[in-house]
Design a protein around this ligand. Structure first.
Ligand code: GDP
Ligand code: MG
Length: 737
């Protein structure tokens, strides 16, 4: 047998039982001792007997009667128990207080552990109640009353043991006992009118000689019982009640044990069968038409069951006895409620412990802020197991208490899961966002490293859409994992988290698009720079040219520039189309590009007019005029030539170029170009710093300041003077030869 029964899996009842201890229960357990103390060992005993998890599948029967009337002997024969029996030679009372023992089948008579198989009739708890001696009253009567109450509160069937020769002796001790039973039962009923509190009084007439048939004895006893009942003062509302409103009655007789030992054995064997046969298999379903008599052979009717789950029996017995011993009114419904509260709390604690084993480690890992693998399944399983366990074990207790405690337990467990789920949602959402950003950034980086300006091997909008649905699908799949069904678990729905994720993704997508468009603008800016370079240089080489069709330097530069810019903007807008960019974003991009292109042009112009560059250009221009004739042939000065005149004309013509290049003025209009019209108005809410976009190149058209122009003119003149002097010298030396 499993003598060492460790933790009883059945909800919070822990009992360690050693082999030694196990033997202590050979005669059952003394529930109430002679000092009216209740034993703390009931849980242990029920555990040893494999009854603790029987739920409602057990019966309780108690015996009543005068001292030394063979009660313990009867129980041992009927139920295979080992209650102490009075030694013939000593003749002193043996049963003190109340003993309890589990009935044992005949087959298992010698075994301490009863057959686990077999239905409820194998799960009978038998109570042997100390009898009164029928002479002395007082203290005895007090215990009689208390034990009657205890028996009625716990037992379905009360066996009343009487000698045949006592039948009809209305004043006898038994009648006093029965009067007590009826009285206390009325008291219980007053507190518990809502439930049908019925019991069976099973009379066993001992030493039946046979002169008077059982029917006669039955009639006599019933007459006496009715008489007792009518003599009771009944509480208001119950004046007309009948004894059969509360009790069923059974009568049987047994032969004399010592005079007819074999017949006695045979009859007790038959009676034993009656306690095990014809019992409805399932007491969980109460028979609605509770029969008033037990005619079907079955002794234990569902209506008798006290509806205390086996695992709550010890606590219930304790509570009931506590009330009885302190002479308080025994109120069974409130006892049931108290029991339900205690047990439901214990069961809830045990279920929570199981739940903790799974959930605590997740709570630990959740501190990392990362998404937890396998959370959903584990949560549902832990919750399902805890709630299932609670419902199974707690569901047998007081319905109101049970459902309140169940809701409390669920709320507390869900509260913990909720924290986990909220953390999980936020981790998943963060992960989705960073995956999204990382993946798109990666794709763009790769594509941009090979892309040419204005062209690309990818479609930004498509990349965003695809990546987005990938991370969103993943989020939904993983978040749905955490879904917990049930009306109280609305919080496990990820809809609102998804909504905010979508918003975040929108933002990131917009930011990435913005960045990508900036990169595009930069690429186009570089392209514009390349395209401008040669044509501008060319125009500066022929800066003095001025024609009807092409205009002067600045008309041509302007035309070149606007042409290149228009082309660039067109390329930008084409590309932006595939970005799914908003109109505003497109406007901003185009505007930035134009502004940047202006910066590019200004930089290029500055390069062309850098001091050395411009001086060189002026010198070339001057020399072209001074040292070459109209046909482009180098002049050889003769002393008769008007060197001064030529010098002065050439110098003045070249000097005119300085103010020309110093200010952007179109010859076609005589004014600076209308840059503002070309740019258009800045887009609404444009927040970027223009300075940053355009560099030092603001909208000004001044290229060289007045002071610088003067300075330039001086230096040019000096250089021109040198050329003149050299020319002059060449004529002298040619004359001298
Ligand atoms: P209890 O005090 O009511 O539990 O009675 P016990 O079972 O201890 O038995 C008291 C005495 O009565 C013992 O000596 C038994 O042998 C004896 N006894 C038991 N059963 C019977 C019976 O059916 N008839 C008679 N005459 N004596 C019995
Ligand atoms: Mg006894």
């Amino acid at each position: 047998h499993n003598g060492t029964n460790g933790i009883n899996s059945h909800m919070g009842l822990k009992t360690d039982i050693s082999e030694e201890e196990y033997k202590n229960y050979e005669h059952g357990v003394q529930v109430i001792d002679e000092n009216k103390e209740l034993t703390p060992n009931l849980p242990t005993y029920l555990t040893i007997q494999n009854l603790i998890s029987a739920g409602f599948n057990y019966h309780v029967v108690a015996v009543f009667g005068s001292q030394s009337t063979g009660k313990s002997t009867l129980l041992n024969h009927l139920f295979g128990t080992h209650f102490s029996v009075m030694d013939e030679s000593a003749r002193r009372q043996t049963t003190k207080g109340i003993w309890m023992s589990r009935a044992v089948d005949e087959v298992d008579h010698k075994q301490l552990v009863p057959n686990r198989e077999g239905g409820m009739t194998n799960n009978i708890l038998v109570m042997d109640v100390e009898g009164t001696d029928g002479r002395e009253r007082g203290e005895d009567q007090d215990f009689e009353r208390k034990s009657a109450l205890f028996a009625l509160a716990t037992s379905e069937v009360l066996i009343v043991n009487v000698w045949e020769h006592q039948v009809g002796l209305y004043q006898g001790a038994n009648m006093g006992l029965l009067k007590t039973v009826f009285e206390v039962n009325l008291g219980l009923f007053l507190k518990d009118r809502s439930t049908t509190h019925r019991s069976l009084l099973f009379f066993v007439i001992r030493d039946h000689i046979g002169h008077t048939p059982l029917a006669g004895l039955t009639a006599t006893l019933m007459a006496d019982l009715t008489k007792i009942w009518s003599s009771l003062s009944k509480p208001a509302g119950l004046e007309t009640s009948e004894i059969t409103d509360f009790f069923d009655f059974e009568f049987t007789a047994l032969p004399h044990k010592i005079l007819q030992p074999e017949k006695f054995l045979e009859e007790t064997k038959n009676l034993r069968k009656r306690f095990r046969e014809g019992t409805p298999p399932d007491v969980e379903v109460l028979s609605d038409g509770s029969p008033t008599t037990c005619e079907k052979g079955g002794v234990f009717l569902p209506a008798y069951h006290r509806r205390i789950p086996a695992d709550g029996f010890p606590l219930y017995a304790e509570g009931v006895w506590e009330q009885i011993v302190t002479n308080k009114d025994l109120d069974l419904p409130s006892q049931q409620e108290l029991l339900a509260q205690f047990r439901c709390d214990e069961i809830a604690a045990s279920c929570t412990a199981g739940f903790n084993e799974v959930i605590a480690s997740f709570e630990d890992s959740a501190k990392s802020g990362k998404a937890l693998e396998g959370l959903g399944g584990a949560m549902r399983e832990a919750l399902g197991e805890a709630m299932g366990g609670f419902e199974e074990a707690g569901g047998r207790y007081h319905k109101g208490v049970f459902s309140r405690k169940r809701d409390e337990l669920r709320a507390s467990l869900e509260g913990r899961l909720r924290v986990l789920v909220i953390g999980q949602f936020s981790a998943l959402s963060k992960k989705a966002l960073s995956d999204f950003t990382e993946e798109i950034t990666g794709i763009l980086k790769k594509a941009n490293s090979t892309a040419h300006a204005g062209t690309a091997s990818y479609d930004f909008a498509v990349v965003v859409d695809q990546t987005r649905s990938k991370v969103v699908d993943k989020f939904i799949a993983e978040a749905t994992e955490c879904f917990i069904p049930g009306p109280t678990a609305e919080w496990s729905n990820h809809e609102s988290e998804l909504e905010s994720l979508q918003k975040d993704l929108d933002e990131v997508a917009a930011r990435l698009r913005g960045e990508e468009m900036k990169r595009l603008v930069s690429r186009l800016e570089r392209a514009i720079k390349t395209k401008l370079s040669e044509p501008i240089e060319l125009e500066f080489r022929r800066m003095e040219e001025d024609s009807k069709e092409k205009g002067g330097l600045w008309d041509r530069v302007w035309n070149v520039w606007t042409g290149v810019v228009k082309e660039g903007v067109e390329g930008f807008l084409n590309r932006a189309e595939s970005f799914n960019a908003t109109e505003k974003e497109r406007d901003i991009g185009a505007w930035r590009l134009k502004k940047k292109a202006w910066g590019v042009l200004k930089a290029k112009i500055e390069e062309e007019v850098m001091e050395g560059n411009l001086l060189l250009k002026l010198r070339e221009n001057f020399e072209d005029r001074f040292r070459y004739n109209d046909m482009g042939i180098p002049r050889v000065w003769k002393p008769t030539d008007d060197i001064e005149g030529a010098y002065t004309r050439a110098r003045e013509a070249t000097l005119k170029l300085i103010p020309l290049v110093s200010q952007i003025i179109l010859t076609s209009t005589g004014a600076s170009p209308d840059l503002d019209t070309f740019f258009g108005a800045p887009p609404a809410d444009f927040e970027e710093d223009l300075e940053e976009i355009m560099g030092s190149a603001k909208g000004e058209f001044e290229i060289i300041s007045e002071a610088k122009q003067d300075d330039m003119a001086v230096r040019f003149k000096r250089m021109a003077d040198a050329v003149y002097v050299e020319a002059k010298r060449s004529t002298i030396s040619s004359v001298g030869q």
